[in-house]
Design a protein around this ligand. Structure first.
Ligand code: ADP
Ligand code: MG
Length: 202
């Protein structure tokens, strides 16, 4: 029954700063310990085309990202670089491409109930300055829109995580071939999902 919630999948990318900061193990541990199952993993240096395509798979992403960025500025009484959200996104995308092609990244597929929502919760909000304590972006890095603007670069926040189930499906297909994604049983699946829990007692 592949439409059971336990088959939900999401894409995570440990960005070049995550690899350089030697946080690969720590980041994987945070997702792994929730009970989510690693279904695929690889290291690569993405091309500019890979990155641009990744972010524009969702036709709404340009507008959403521009509006979210503008809100980030106005919430702090700062002036956004443009009032047009699409112009803001154009700058973000150019800087993002430079950021993500700067070195190796780790791309992963995580599977389990509510995978998309859980991974976003553990990852934290986009801007590390305001990401919650206890999240990866809140605990392991200190970047902000103010700093990224001063230096004309993307905000460095260690990881990418898909924003919705649909985004996850498109992104997984963009980064992985079907044959690279593993369907397998893991012992812990039993305690997480087995309905009857029969088989524990001898
Ligand atoms: P998220 O990664 O939290 O889903 P978005 O999809 O909105 O965030 O943006 C993609 C990435 O672009 C972010 O993770 C961040 O690295 C960068 N970014 C987004 N908005 C800005 C901004 N206003 N200034 C600099 N970098 C940004
Ligand atoms: Mg996003």
């Amino acid at each position: 029954m592949k439409n059971h919630p336990k088959y939900e999948r999401t894409l995570v990318i440990i960005k070049p700063d995550g690899v350089q900061r030697t946080l690969v193990g720590e980041i994987i541990r945070r997702y792994e310990r929730t009970g989510l199952k690693l279904a695929a993993i690889k290291m690569c240096v993405p091309t500019a085309e890979m990155v641009e395509r990744h972010y524009t798979l969702d036709p709404e992403w340009r507008l959403k990202t521009g509006l979210k960025s503008i809100k980030g500025y106005t919430d702090k009484n700062l002036t956004p670089p443009h009032t047009d959200p699409l112009k803001v996104t154009e700058i973000v995308l150019k800087n993002l491409t430079k950021y993500l092609t700067s070195g190796p990244v780790i791309a992963m597929v995580w599977q389990g109930a509510h995978a998309v929502e859980l991974v976003r919760k553990i990852t934290g909000g986009t801007e590390p300055r305001t990401s919650d304590v206890g999240t990866i972006r809140g605990d392991y890095v200190l970047d902000s829109y103010v700093m990224s603007d001063v230096d004309g670069r993307a905000v460095r926040n260690l990881v990418h995580a898909s924003g919705s189930v649909k985004e996850a499906e498109d992104e997984i297909a963009h980064w992985f071939k079907k044959s690279e994604i593993m369907d397998y049983n893991i012992v812990s699946d039993k305690i997480l999902y087995d309905v009857n829990l029969d088989g524990i007692l001898e």
